[in-house]
Design a binder for this molecule. Structure first.
Ligand code: ATP
Ligand code: MG
Length: 316
């Protein structure tokens, strides 16, 4: 089976979605053939490793790139001596048809301080033949002396538009039927992480070519915020029976009450259109009480209904 994360990994700058600022900087470096040491910083699955590989391919060409580029994964090669050995081995020989080679350190922010100090010395020792690229989720976990030697390129979670573009690309190729509602669901559950999104889409497609919002939420184990909002709005508008019906359905899909309460909490504090600010602390107090009673062993659904009944007495 071909993994879609590999099948749909962009192999040129033009295929990278979003990340315009970073992509522009990288392609400028390629055209000038001037590559700096770099930190690529940003959340998972947004194109950091992909961009580093595209950089190498564009700089060295399709046939030579793999000889002038290595990828070291910090979590696999935690032992400092292993890292040093690999860098030495790679940096020892001259680059082929290129001014220098590129070493990519994936997940570099999980390297110990000691390992980073050693790397910093290696950066200096091999700067004649190599450029170091660090891919990190948290730039602050990288020691200052390395940060100051690097150009910093920031990668961002992809926007809704970008995620839609990406889904359409896969859907067309794989002949999937994905409507706007399911694209929104995919965007919501993946939070802009295209790796997570691609894996989810591949596993859903093995069941059916038609992707629905419902199946996205059930498969990903994430609660459907839209449905929860709908239920809460009904309660606040005084429609207790309607709210009860929505939440019965949500709970029937096998939702864990603790997770449901946590989502209700998040939605109430983050949306202005559900509970008016002046009643909010009051509602949260009640939610906390429900949460407590459930842990203490009270029947979850009775407790949740009592919360809904309370909500339906509060003005929205
Ligand atoms: N900006 C993007 N444009 C197109 N595809 C992308 C983009 N970002 C990620 N992808 C897709 O997601 C997969 C994972 O991306 P990548 O390996 O670059 O993530 P990363 O940013 O390095 O994440 P991590 O921090 O977990 O290492 C790629 O194979 C590709 O299919
Ligand atoms: Mg990566």
């Amino acid at each position: 089976m071909v993994l879609w994360v590999e099948k749909y990994r962009p192999s040129s700058f033009k295929d990278i979605i979003g990340q315009k600022e970073s992509v522009d900087k990288l392609s400028a470096m390629v055209s000038k053939k001037e590559i700096q040491h770099m930190i690529l910083s940003g959340p998972p699955g947004v194109g950091k490793t992909t961009s580093a590989v595209v950089l190498a391919k564009s700089l060295f060409g399709e046939n030579m790139w793999s000889q002038n580029f290595i990828e070291l994964n910090a979590s696999d090669d935690r032992k400092l001596s292993v890292i040093q050995g690999k860098v030495k081995e790679f940096a020892r020989t001259k680059p082929i048809d290129a001014p220098f080679k590129i070493i990519l350190f994936d997940e570099a922010d999980s390297l110990t301080q000691e390992a980073q100090q050693a790397l910093r010395r290696m950066m200096e020792e091999y700067s004649g033949t190599c450029r170091f690229v660090f891919s990190v989720n948290y730039q602050n976990n990288i020691i200052e002396p390395i940060q100051s030697r690097c150009a910093i390129l920031r990668f961002h979670p992809l926007t809704r538009e970008d995620v839609f573009t990406f889904i359409r690309r896969i859907a067309k190729e794989e002949e999937l039927d994905v409507d706007e509602q399911s694209m929104d669901a995919l965007y919501y559950v993946s939070k802009g992480d295209l790796r997570a999104l691609t894996n989810l889409l591949q596993s859903l497609s093995s069941v059916s070519k038609k992707i629905t919002a419902d199946v996205v939420y059930t498969q990903s184990g994430i609660l459907d915020a839209g449905r929860i909002k709908e239920g809460l709005k009904k309660a606040v508008s005084g429609d207790y029976a309607g709210a009860r019906k929505v939440f019965l359905e949500i709970m029937d899909s096998g939702v864990n009450i603790k997770e449901l309460l946590a989502s209700v909490f998040e939605i109430i504090v983050s949306s202005d259109d559900i509970v008016d600010r002046k009643f909010r602390s009051y509602v949260i107090e009640k939610l906390a009480e429900t949460d407590y009673r459930v842990i203490e062993g009270a029947t979850p659904f009775i407790q949740f209904q009592s919360f809904l009944a309370f909500l339906s007495t509060v003005k929205g």
